[in-house]
Design a binder for this molecule. Sequence first.
Ligand code: IMP
Ligand code: MG
Length: 267
Amino acid sequence: MASYKSGIDLRKEPHLHAANPYANDYTDGSFKVREDLLPLVRGILLPNYRILEREKELFARIERDYRGADPLFIPILKGAVRFSQDMFRFSKEIDPDYEFMPASSYGTRLESGSVRLNLAEITRLLEKLENRKRPVIIVEDIVDTGNTLSHIVDVLTRIDDVIDSQPELKGFRRKGRYEPSSVTICTMLNKPARRKDANKDLPVEYVGFTIPDLWVFGYGLDVWDDKSRTIDHLCVIKDEWKDPANLAEFFREVDERRKKKTTKKQD
Ligand code: IMP
Ligand code: MG
């Protein structure tokens, strides 16, 4: 069997675990990552089991704080899909009522861009808030500069005005007031070092892990352009991939190798 190096010197970076395509997770201290994606991984910051443990604690706190309050959870697409669904498995009292909300801010770049939100895509969510004054808990994968959430929190807290300013809202008829009783954030990861001053007051109440300024991926987060979201563990990228042009090239080669393999099989 070939020997696999995950690119880290564990003595220098004790906070990282090794990645290995043949790992027998939980027993030998290294964790499984698909072989073709291994060159991206500097190390594993959070193995899957630690994330699950933390989700259990977080949801227990949410259930204590929102007992009898009928919260509506709003996981942000797509990064928060895995985190929200895994966390909801730990519910005991609340039967989590959730509506996804799309908000893409990055596209194919490793830096903050502008946020896109389209109310016509969330009419079901709006119906669930109709005349009910429900508390809202936004569920997010990671808070970085805070720009994305700041925009979402702003839209949700002023939702009645926002609806009125979008008369073209397709398929939605306003039947009352939609304002939530409160808006709070639950995030798996928090990168406070990157927060913009203007976003310092974001209501980030529930945090899974506070992490340093590293580009992380896996467990729902894409490394670039929707790639590698489904790795089980939260990985840190190697420095050499910080340039998106290199990543584009890397994934082009991965694709090519995959195609070659399939043609061979058909031969
Ligand atoms: P913000 O608007 O700068 O707070 O960015 C939030 C969004 O950026 C998150 O929802 C993620 O989609 C993305 N993001 C920020 N940091 C990372 C990272 O380290 N890895 C992957 N995605 C990230
Ligand atoms: Mg996101």
